[in-house]
Design a binder for this molecule. Structure first.
Ligand code: B12
Ligand code: SF4
Length: 424
């Protein structure tokens, strides 16, 4: 039976590779080692490049760290590198570039250089930018003969029909040493909410195994004092988060007081509080976004100013709150900005730090459509500290003023005054 399976699989190379390299059950490991070695070098060779980001908030390229090791476990030979350390070798069948966006690092200059270095390789852009890319950017990429791939890399380069999150491999230490920037890791992918300003590309929440997560925490803690869980909402699954905590304890990893994460106001319940008490985060990040119910509705934030007023005092009993605000969403007015400012003042006793973003209309999102329909003014997009969109009836000075007024409330707070900005 086994020989028959192997012979028939051999007839189709893709099936063959999948058969020997796709680890469905532990017993397949032996076959991987025996047969994998023989054909390893004849398989595709891929290079993933992390483009340079000029933002102060440089961060671990989680996508590359994830997919490099996933593809290796499916038999593909993968190297990773930073843009500034491009290898001289041109023996790659595929160059993959993972981009969050086109802003922050003069991406097109970088792409031109990459094309020059690898004139004959297939070059593909993937990552969040591929799903929010403007049509004119696609045209520019065509002239560089660079393709765009909007699908998940795990599915594009393997025969997998869905991602096996439970057996997703831990990060590779070598990759981490090359690409490491800061303290971010993800224990899950996806978010149960659908805010209109956000580009949430996951259909549902998938959780990585506890073992993998804690392996990655260990890697991060070899270089940093803290772990930053950048899951869209970390506390959606009590059991999952609790098991990670328990495994950290079992491995003597000191996670308490050495972490922070995102909390959504709609997921605050007894279990969330229990988790906060266990993890003892230095602070939690909470998306307030606006102090105006009409704007919250337009954002599809699924919260309200009432909810904010009730939940922040409760959370602040257990940890410090880093509040996230947005100014300049479509249909924002002086009145709605004033409401945000007033709420920020009212909640200041519970908020340790407020970060205010200028709204960025991401192509393809509901927010982008609203921005177009509302007749506001689009400016060149850079990052959330600069203005990309001015709602109709407002001016850039008004947006700058309100951002400043809310952020100036931080001055009187203690914790963040002693932190370096890059550590926040
Ligand atoms: C960590 C993070 C950051 C980090 C940078 C991360 C990095 N270097 O990779 C920092 C803090 C610097 C950052 C900055 C910004 N961010 Co940010 N960030 C995130 C966050 C929380 C996690 C990103 C991540 O690693 N996801 C996990 C990986 C595995 O998912 P993925 O990237 O989609 O990868 C999958 C596929 O896209 C694909 N893929 C990825 N790479 C490749 C490559 C190839 C070749 C192929 C084929 C496929 C492929 O396969 C992967 C696995 O399935 C996301 C939210 C989120 N949930 O993703 C927001 C998010 C990506 N950020 C966002 C935004 C708006 C920004 C900023 C513009 C904000 C600002 N400050 O102004 C900047 C732009 C930065 C830049 N240089 O472009 C948005 C949207 C961006 C977009 N274009 O859609 C997101 C989605 C938040 C949101 N929900 O709206 N961010
Ligand atoms: S809660 Fe956060 S990650 Fe989820 S859809 Fe809203 S902004 Fe995006």
């Amino acid at each position: 039976m086994f020989i028959y399976e192997v012979l028939s699989a051999c007839l189709n190379m893709k099936k063959f590779i999948k058969y020997f390299f796709y680890i469905k059950k532990n017993k397949y490991y032996l076959r991987i080692y025996l047969f994998g070695i023989c054909i390893y070098n004849s398989l595709k060779r891929v290079l993933f490049i992390n483009p340079e980001n000029h933002f102060f908030e440089e961060s671990n390229p989680i996508a590359i760290l994830d997919i490099a090791q996933y593809l290796r476990y499916r038999g593909i030979k993968v190297d990773v590198c930073e843009y500034k350390n491009l290898p001289i070798s041109s023996q790659y069948d595929l160059i993959g570039i993972s981009c969050v966006s086109s802003y922050g690092g003069e991406i097109f200059n970088q792409l031109e250089k990459i094309r020059k270095n690898f004139p004959f390789s297939k070059i593909v852009i993937g990552g969040k930018w591929s799903t929010t890319m403007l049509p004119e950017d696609k045209i520019k990429l065509k002239t560089l003969n660079i393709n765009v791939e909007i699908n998940k890399a795990e599915l594009v380069y393997t025969g997998d029909e869905k991602i096996d999150f439970k057996k997703y491999p831990s990060w590779n230490k070598k990759d981490f040493d090359i690409l490491y920037k800061r303290d971010q890791i993800m224990t899950s992918r996806g978010c149960p909410f659908n805010c209109n300003f956000c580009n949430n590309t996951e259909e549902k929440i998938n959780y990585f195994s506890v073992k993998r997560t804690v392996d990655n925490i260990e890697l991060v803690l070899q270089k940093r004092e803290n772990v930053y869980f950048v899951d869209d909402v970390f506390v959606t699954n009590f059991e999952h988060a609790k098991s990670i905590y328990d495994e950290c304890k079992r491995r003597n990893i000191n996670i308490e007081n050495h972490n922070h994460f995102f909390v959504h106001l709609n997921t605050v319940n007894e279990n969330t509080i229990k988790l906060i008490q266990l993890y003892k985060p230095n602070f939690i990040e909470v998306g307030i976004e606006s102090g105006d119910d009409r704007i919250l509705k337009l954002m599809n934030k699924k919260t309200s100013t009432d909810k904010i007023r009730k939940t922040l005092p409760l959370l602040s009993k257990y940890t410090q709150i880093y509040a996230l605000w947005i100014v300049g969403y479509p249909y924002e007015t002086i009145e709605s900005l004033e409401n945000s400012y007033k709420l920020a003042v009212e909640m200041q006793q519970y908020i340790e730090f407020s970060w205010v973003s200028h709204y960025i209309p991401l192509f393809g999102t509901e927010g982008y459509k609203m921005a177009k329909e509302s007749g506001g003014q689009f400016l060149e997009i850079s990052n959330n500290k600069t203005i990309s969109f001015i709602p109709k009836g407002l001016t850039s000075n008004t947006l700058i003023e309100y951002r400043k007024r809310i952020m100036e409330l931080n001055k009187s707070n203690y914790y963040f005054k002693k932190c370096k900005m890059e550590d926040i």
